[in-house]
Design a protein around this ligand. Structure first.
Ligand code: AMP
Length: 761
């Protein structure tokens, strides 16, 4: 049997049809099965091997045909020469096809956790004909400008290692905070070093967050509190000053005070006795502001009984937001406590200390506990000025239209601010002829977005309000919205990659819920995906749920709500809370795990409401790990108090990412439990009688001809189809294979459950 090159070239792992050939590391699939059968003969009249054949040893009885991607032009060759760009490794047998280096790894995804990063990717589309692929990770550190990149050096820790990775995942720790890193992922195989061409790689850009300060000790009296802290472990530049922000816990008017100091400690006085205050600290370095540390609650004493320096009094309050930073003992020196000054809050400590006091609705407090609703402003334009940077229109270059928003076109383009490098941006513009209300509503999205600062929330660059058209400029998300992104890449990600995406969304939602922001329209269509497959929550307009979302439908109470994504209490009596966002998050999980399937398929909104009320829940998507479906079901608890919080969801997903073995048990078996909805992947068996109807029912109608011409004429002939058969008849997309096979499996189950159906198994 002759082996065509196509028969030798392993397919992309996710397209590989029927892995039934034995293989050995490094050698192409099928090599052992077939090499001895390679074309024998090829002997010329003079007894030597003809061109195109070879004989490794004169003792060999036969001439062998040159293996794929090799040739011999001479008679009597003892081996064949590899074609251009193909190679034979030293240890490769002569009968083995020549192979080439792999293409670059694909679908890289990064999960950043403060100063560590998990990188994951898919194997290269073309393995080069070998299966001894390994991966190397190269790291560059960039200080803003790509021209200022340098190699990362040996300070980083790569787990399990940096070079020669055999799995498609690596954990990188010890990164500097608030720093841009570029990781180049390179795939290699046994012939990479023989190729003169550079190895193919794919880059992932990541930015770490600034390690936050650690508050170590505090002292308090009736009207003052002394704090001391340790700077970030790895500041990204010289520390210029610290900012301490505090407010009275449970206060109604939400006054904040921001104090600045160059020192590592501060006494805040003028406080009310017996009152709890919440403090947060952040550092400002030459590289910019870090993020605020966690909230520290401290209560002033009822009586002024504290002797300053009394060793029995200090309460050690150690809060490490950077996570796992070892606390050092920091000695607090004595401070003079001044009395209260007529209710005016005063801070003393450092002559350089500055103090600012802000009132609700008038200042941006990054990382602070609550967001300010633009409607609380008498003048909504003031909200835009407070939260969004005005950008000069001349800095923006519009390049192409990428979408349509409620208020006008969405374009991509570039933003070049003076002194900064050019970046890609998305530009939303307000179409001409707008009313004042439309302008306000349009810009409200910027006022809201501008208050957020989180890697999983779409970042606002600024607004153009001083000339027309009015524009909102955000970071550009190369892969667009998550629902269409997943539909285009059906079946192409590993479960871990999907969990990585879900983790990012949950982390963004945790941030929003910590800021008391309720999204109300969380859905895959409102998540954007960048080139590194980082998912970011978007769509913050005030009117969006009412007007913008095509999924929103009027409820009996007159509200317009995206029914399939919305918790029952929010549909019934508009009880929107972070817990109702958690319900929507469960639906997003389902969308992600089913690669953008429409929740509840073609059921009507009314039927969805009724089914949910009766206790039905979406079944697990195909190949969905049981733990993930369980998490979805938890998010869909009827009692909203029983649903997990976003923080818990992030923790659960983190654990799964660290222990991927927990994802091995699939939920599919449970999909036919009484508490799941009928899935369209197995249409009602009492109504299907033909293969065409069945394929239409599972939305695979495009393969009708393939089935018919392969001889699958009746339903009873399809039930033994396997993935190799599907490949053979032309169903090569793994997602489609999975859908068909899953449906066949369910046809089996149903047939054995229901007697007298049309399906004879
Ligand atoms: P929106 O008005 O926010 O719903 O945006 C409409 C469409 O424009 C979205 O569905 C995306 O396809 C696209 N889009 C919006 N913002 C961005 C962005 N920052 N980057 C890339 N595409 C975007």
């Amino acid at each position: 049997m002759d082996l065509s090159p196509a028969a030798h070239t392993p397919l992309h792992p996710q397209q590989r049809c029927g892995q039934d050939l034995p293989s050995q590391r490094g050698y192409p699939l099928g090599f052992y099965v077939s090499s001895w059968r390679l074309g024998l003969g090829g002997i010329s009249s003079r007894g030597a091997c003809r061109p195109g054949f070879y004989k490794a040893s004169s003792l060999d009885p036969y001439c062998m045909k040159c293996p794929p991607h090799s040739y011999s032009h001479q008679e009597g060759s003892s081996q064949c020469t590899c074609e251009k760009s193909y190679f034979r490794a030293e240890t490769d047998p002569r009968a083995m096809p020549c192979t080439r280096p792999p293409t670059a790894p694909e679908n890289p995804i990064s999960t950043t956790n403060e100063t560590s990063i998990t990188l994951e990717w898919s194997p290269p589309r073309d393995s080069g004909g070998r299966n001894d692929i390994t991966y190397d990770v190269h790291c560059k550190k960039c200080a803003g400008d790509p021209r200022e990149c340098s190699l990362c050096g040996s300070v980083l820790h790569f787990i399990p290692r940096q070079f020669g990775l055999t799995y498609t995942k690596v954990l990188v720790t010890n990164l500097l905070p608030h720093t841009n890193y570029t990781f180049d992922l390179e795939a290699l195989n046994g012939v990479s070093e023989l190729s003169p061409s550079p190895n193919q790689y794919i880059s992932i850009n990541v930015t770490t967050s600034q390690a936050v300060n650690v508050i170590l000790k505090e002292r308090k009296s009736k009207d003052s509190i002394t704090l001391a802290w340790q700077g970030p472990d790895h500041a990204n530049g010289l520390i210029v000053e610290y900012e301490v922000i505090y407010y009275e816990k449970n206060q109604k008017d939400q006054n904040y005070t921001v104090l600045k100091t160059k020192s590592n400690s501060m006494t805040v006085d003028g406080l009310k006795p017996g009152t709890t205050y919440v403090f947060r600290v952040r550092a400002r370095t030459s590289g910019g502001h870090g993020t605020y540390g966690g909230e520290i609650e401290l209560e002033t004493s009822q009586e002024d009984m504290l002797a300053i320096g009394d060793p029995n009094q200090p309460t050690i309050m150690a809060v490490s937001v950077a996570g796992g930073i070892v606390l050092l003992i920091f000695l607090v020196t004595c401070f003079v406590v001044s009395g209260r000054h007529c209710g005016y809050i005063k801070a003393k400590q450092d002559p350089d200390e500055e103090k600012l006091q802000f009132h609700h609705g008038q200042v941006r407090l990054p990382g602070s506990r609550t967001y300010v609703h633009p409607h609380t402003y008498e003048d909504p334009n003031q909200a835009v000025r407070d939260f969004a940077k005005e950008i000069d229109a001349s800095c923006i270059r519009i390049e192409r239209v990428i979408g349509a928003g409620e208020f006008g076109e969405v374009c991509s383009g570039r933003l070049k601010l003076p002194g900064k490098r050019e970046i890609y941006v998305a530009i939303k513009s307000l179409k001409a002829g707008y009313s004042e209300k439309q302008r306000r509503d349009f810009l409200s999205e910027a006022s809201i977005m501008g208050q957020f600062d989180n890697p999983n929330i779409i970042h606002l660059e600024g607004v153009v309000t001083k000339c027309k058209p009015v524009m909102i400029i955000t970071e550009y998300m190369e892969n667009g919205s998550l629902d269409s992104f997943l539909r285009k890449r059906d079946g192409q990600f590993t479960v871990i990659q999907l969990v990585g995406m879900l983790r990012g969304i949950a982390s963004g939602m945790k941030y929003l819920s910590d800021m008391n922001y309720i999204h109300r329209d969380l859905a895959a269509r409102n998540i954007l995906v960048n080139s590194n497959f980082v998912c970011k929550v978007s769509d913050f307009g005030l009117s969006r749920v009412l007007e913008d979302d095509p999924e929103a439908a009027y409820t009996t109470r007159g509200g317009k709500i995206p029914i399939r994504w919305t918790a029952p209490e929010a549909i019934a009596y508009r009880k929107f809370t972070s817990a109702s966002d958690v319900w929507s998050y469960g639906i997003v999980m389902w969308e992600v795990m089913s690669y953008g399937e429409r929740p509840y398929w073609e059921m009507s909104n009314q039927d969805v409401i009724k089914a949910i009320d009766e206790g039905y829940r979406l079944p697990a998507p195909m190949d969905c790990p049981a733990v993930l479906h369980q998490l979805m079901l938890d998010c869909w608890q009827k009692a909203r108090g029983d649903r997990p919080k976003f923080g818990q969801i992030v923790n659960i997903l983190d654990k799964l990412i660290r222990n991927p073995s927990c994802l091995k048990t699939l939920a599919n078996d449970a999909a036919w439990s009484g508490n799941s909805l009928q899935d369209p992947c197995t249409p009602d068996s009492s109504t299907i009688t033909t293969v065409d109807e069945w394929l239409d029912g599972i939305k695979m109608g495009q393969y009708k001809e393939n089935f018919a011409s392969a001889g699958y004429a009746t339903l009873d002939t399809v039930v033994y189809i396997n993935s190799s058969d599907l490949c053979r008849i032309g169903v090569t997309l793994v997602g489609h294979q999975k859908r068909i096979l899953w449906s066949i499996q369910n046809l089996h189950t149903m047939a054995s459950q229901m007697h007298g159906t049309h399906i004879q198994v």
